[in-house]
Design a protein around this ligand. Structure first.
Ligand code: ZN
Length: 686
C-alpha cells in the first residue's frame, strides 16, 4: 500500500521545511548583457514517452539512450551557463530537464515492475539505473547549485518561491557543498545504492514460493470459490502460492495449523538468503553516504526534510502511540488466546500463524461478522465500478475510458475529467501475473506540469479479477491506492516539477490514501455497489456488525505497524556494524507485539519498504494521525458532502507541494492539526 517514489527523481528534488536561499543577487545583477546569453538560448525540452508504442526491449534501450544523450547535452548547457540566471530562463530550463528525467525514469521504473516480457523489464531496470546517474550528477553540480542560489525570487509567487527553496535544500542534502573528492564518492555510492535497491526489490518480486498439497482435504475450511480455483494439477498436486490472492484466504480460513505455518514460513523466507547481504550493503552504504553529507546516520539525513524533522521525533511518536495502544493490544490478544483455548485448552500462547485464523473466528462468533458472508458482496468488477462512481460523485468529476494501447491485455485505461477538461489519465493493472510487482501501489508515469503535460499514473495491484470475490481488506486497499491516484491527478497542475504532483513532505503522503479508506465503512456509499451474485445489496445490518467489529484488532494491528516502523528506524539510525538483523528484527516484534516471529523465517529479506522507505516506515502512522484529523471535518459535515470534498480537493490535494503540508491541512480544517482524534481512536475513547 505504497506509492513508489523513484530514487532518481528525489535526488535533485528533495523536499523542504524551511530554508532561505543564499542569494548572490548583488553580484549577478551587475552582469552585463554581453556576458549573459539570452534566456531563450537555454533549452526547454520536455521528453514525451509514448507508452502505447514503446516496442520491445531493444526499442526501450534505444529510446533510453537517446533520452540520456539529450539530457546530458541539456545538462552540459546548464553547467556551462555564465549569464544571469532568471526564473523564466535558467530555472525553467532546469525544470524541463528535471521533468524529462522524471518522465523517462517513471516510465522505466514502472515498466520494470509490470511489463510481461522479462527482457523488457531488464532493459527498463537498466534504463532507470542509467538515468539515476544524471539525477545524482544534477544534485551534486556546483555550477547549477550556484545558479539556482543566485535566483531572485522576491517578486515571484508562492509556488515559485517554495520551489526554489526546495531545490536549494535538495542540493544541500545531496552534498553539493562538499569537496570534489567527497562528491565523487557520493556519486559512486548513489550509483551503487540504485543497483542494490533494484536487486533487493527484484529478489522479492521474483521469489514466489509454493505450498504443494496432496489432496483437496487439505483445503478444509476454505471458501468454495477458492477450492474451485485450486484444482489439482496433472501430477495430482494442489498448489498454493505465497502471492496475496492465494495467501490471505488460506491463512484466514485453513483449518490446519500446520499448513498455515508452512505457508507463512515460505512467505517469511522469500528472498532469503540472497537479500540478507543486499540489505547489509544497503545499510552500510547509506550510513557512509549520510556521514559524508554531514549527518550522524541515514535516519537523520532522510528525516531532515520531513514533517518530523529528526529520528528523535520519530521514536517519541512511536512511544506515544505505544502508550495509546497498550490496553487495546492486550485486550485483542487476550480475546484470541481465550478463543484458541476453546479448541486447544493447553495453548499457552497464540502463534503468528494462528492469529488471522483465530481472529476470524472471534469476528464471526463474537461480532457475528463472517468474512465469507461479506466477500460475496465484493466481486472485483462491482467494487471497481463502485469506487469509480463514488470518486466521481464526491469530487464532482467524470471518469471515462481512455482509448490507448497498454502493456498487457488486463490493463484498463481511463481519463479523469473536471468541467469538460481532461485533468489526468490513469491505468488500472489490478491482477497478478508472473514477474509482476506483487504488492499494491500507485506508480507515477508522468508528473503533471500546468500548461505542459497532464499527470499520468497507474494503480498496480494484485486483486482477483472479473466476478471473483475480494476480501473486504482488499476493497480497502483499492480505495487506499485510489487516494494516492487522485492526489497525483489533482496536484499535478502546478508550474514547477518539484512542487507539482505528490511533491509534499513524504510523511504526509499516506494521509490522503488512508483517509479515503474510511468510505468503505459508509453504508450510503457501500450499498450503491456491494451486491452478491443474485444482485442483492449488502444488508445494512451486516455492515453495522462489521463496524462494531472494526475496532477489534486495531490495538494489535497498530502495534504490528509500530514494530515495523521501529525496525525500519533502528536499521538506519545507527552504525550498521553494530546491527545484527537476526537479533534486532525479532526483538522489535517482541517489544511491540505479543507475537514471536515464526522460527526460521527472515522477515527483513522480504520487507520491501526497507529499500524504498528505508528509515521512514513511521510515515504510515504519522499520516494516519493526520488523516484521522482531516476526516473529522467529513464526520461533522457528511461523508457525501460535496462542498467539504471540494474544499479538500482544491486546498489539500490540488495544493500539491506548493506549501508545507501542515499549512494546507490547517487551511482545510480552519485550525491547527491535532493528533487527539487518532489518540482517542486508538485508546478506544471514540
Ligand atoms: Zn499508500
Amino acid at each position: 500500500m505504497r506509492i513508489i517514489r523513484p530514487v532518481v527523481y528525489l535526488l535533485p528534488l528533495t523536499l523542504l521545511l524551511a530554508c532561505k536561499p543564499a542569494t548572490e543577487s548583488t553580484e549577478t545583477a551587475t552582469a552585463t548583457a554581453e556576458q549573459a546569453p539570452a534566456a531563450s538560448a537555454l533549452p526547454v525540452r520536455y521528453s514525451a514517452i509514448d507508452l502505447a508504442n514503446l516496442g520491445d526491449a531493444e526499442a526501450m534501450t534505444t529510446l533510453c539512450e537517446q533520452e540520456n544523450q539529450s539530457m546530458r547535452e541539456h545538462f552540459a548547457v546548464l553547467e556551462g551557463f555564465t549569464g544571469v540566471a532568471t526564473i523564466n530562463g535558467y530555472y525553467k530550463s532546469l525544470d524541463s530537464l528535471n521533468s524529462s528525467l522524471g518522465n523517462m525514469s517513471f516510465a522505466a521504473q514502472s515498466l520494470a515492475a509490470v511489463h510481461p516480457d522479462p527482457d523488457f523489464r531488464t532493459a527498463a531496470e537498466a534504463c532507470a539505473q542509467l538515468l539515476s546517474e544524471i539525477g545524482t550528477d544534477l544534485s551534486l553540480s556546483r555550477p547549477i547549485y550556484d545558479a539556482v542560489s543566485s535566483l531572485d525570487t522576491a517578486n515571484e509567487d508562492q509556488a515559485t518561491k517554495h520551489s526554489v527553496e526546495k531545490a536549494i535544500l535538495g542540493f544541500r542534502l545531496a552534498g553539493v557543498d562538499k569537496d570534489e573528492a567527497t562528491r565523487a564518492r557520493i556519486r559512486e555510492l548513489n550509483k551503487e545504492l540504485v543497483t542494490l535497491g533494484q536487486t533487493f526489490d527484484r529478489n522479492i518480486r521474483d521469489d514466489v514460493r509454493t505450498l504443494e498439497l496432496d489432496s483437496v482435504d487439505q483445503l478444509a475450511g476454505l471458501p468454495e470459490d477458492y477450492i474451485a480455483a485450486h484444482q489439482p494439477g496433472e501430477d495430482g498436486k494442489i498448489r498454493v502460492t505465497t502471492q496475496y490472492p492465494d495467501l490471505f484466504p488460506f491463512i484466514t480460513y485453513s483449518e490446519s495449523d500446520e499448513l498455515r505455518k508452512e505457508l507463512l514460513t515460505l512467505r517469511g523466507n522469500r528472498a532469503y538468503p540472497a537479500n540478507k547481504e543486499v540489505l547489509e550493503s544497503l545499510m552500510a552504504k547509506r550510513y557512509e553516504l549520510a556521514q559524508l553529507v554531514g549527518f550522524n546516520n541515514y535516519a537523520e539525513l532522510i528525516t531532515a526534510d520531513k514533517m518530523v524533522g529528526s529520528p528523535k521525533r520519530v521514536s517519541d511518536f512511536l512511544a506515544e502511540l505505544k502508550e495509546y495502544t497498550a490496553e487495546a493490544n492486550d485486550r485483542d490478544y487476550n480475546m484470541l488466546l481465550e478463543r484458541l483455548r476453546q479448541d486447544s485448552p493447553d495453548a499457552e500462547r497464540v502463534e503468528a500463524w494462528q492469529s488471522t485464523y483465530v481472529a476470524e473466528k472471534v469476528r464471526s462468533e463474537k461480532f457475528q461478522v463472517d468474512s465469507k458472508e461479506i466477500r460475496q458482496y465484493f466481486n472485483y468488477d462491482n467494487s471497481r465500478d463502485g469506487i469509480l462512481t463514488m470518486i466521481q460523485d464526491l469530487f464532482q468529476i467524470q471518469i471515462r475510458p481512455w482509448e490507448t494501447a497498454t502493456w498487457h491485455e488486463d490493463v484498463e485505461a481511463y481519463e479523469l475529467v473536471q468541467d469538460d477538461k481532461v485533468l489526468g489519465r490513469f491505468y488500472l493493472d489490478m491482477h497478478p501475473r508472473d514477474g509482476k510487482f506483487g504488492h499494491a501501489a500507485m506508480f507515477p508515469f508522468v508528473n503533471g506540469i500546468e500548461d505542459v503535460q497532464l499527470p499520468v499514473a497507474g494503480l498496480i495491484c494484485n486483486f482477483p479479477s472479473g466476478t471473483d470475490l475480494m476480501q473486504h481488506s482488499q476493497v480497502i486497499t483499492f480505495l487506499h491506492e485510489f487516494g494516492h491516484l487522485i492526489h497525483w491527478m489533482f496536484a499535478g497542475h502546478q508550474p514547477w516539477s518539484n512542487v507539482s504532483g505528490i511533491a509534499t513532505e513524504w510523511d504526509f503522503v499516506e494521509a490522503p490514501s488512508q483517509m479515503l479508506e474510511e468510505w468503505v465503512w459508509d453504508y450510503d456509499t457501500v450499498s450503491r455497489f456491494a451486491r452478491n451474485a443474485d444482485g442483492e445489496p449488502i444488508p445494512e445490518d451486516l455492515l453495522n456488525k462489521m463496524i462494531a467489529a472494526r475496532d477489534f484488532g486495531l490495538g494489535a494491528g497498530t502495534r504490528r505497524q509500530l514494530s515495523l516502523a521501529a525496525m525500519s528506524l533502528n536499521i538506519y539510525n545507527q552504525d550498521p556494524a553494530s546491527v545484527d538483523l537476526d537479533e534486532m528484527v525479532p526483538r522489535m516484534s517482541r517489544e511491540y507485539t505479543h507475537y514471536e516471529p515464526i522460527p526460521g523465517t527472515h522477515f527483513y529479506t522480504n520487507f520491501g519498504h526497507l529499500n524504498g522507505y528505508s528509515a521512514i516506515y513511521y510515515t504510515y502512522q504519522w499520516s494516519k494521525a493526520i488523516a484521522t484529523d482531516m476526516f473529522t471535518r467529513f464526520e461533522e459535515q457528511g461523508l457525501r458532502n460535496v462542498e467539504v470534498a471540494g474544499a479538500y480537493r482544491d486546498i489539500v490535494l490540488a495544493g500539491g507541494g506548493t506549501r508545507p503540508a501542515a499549512e494546507l491541512v490547517t487551511e482545510f480544517l480552519g485550525r491547527d492539526i491535532s493528533f487527539k482524534p487518532y489518540a482517542d481512536r486508538l485508546s478506544g475513547k471514540k
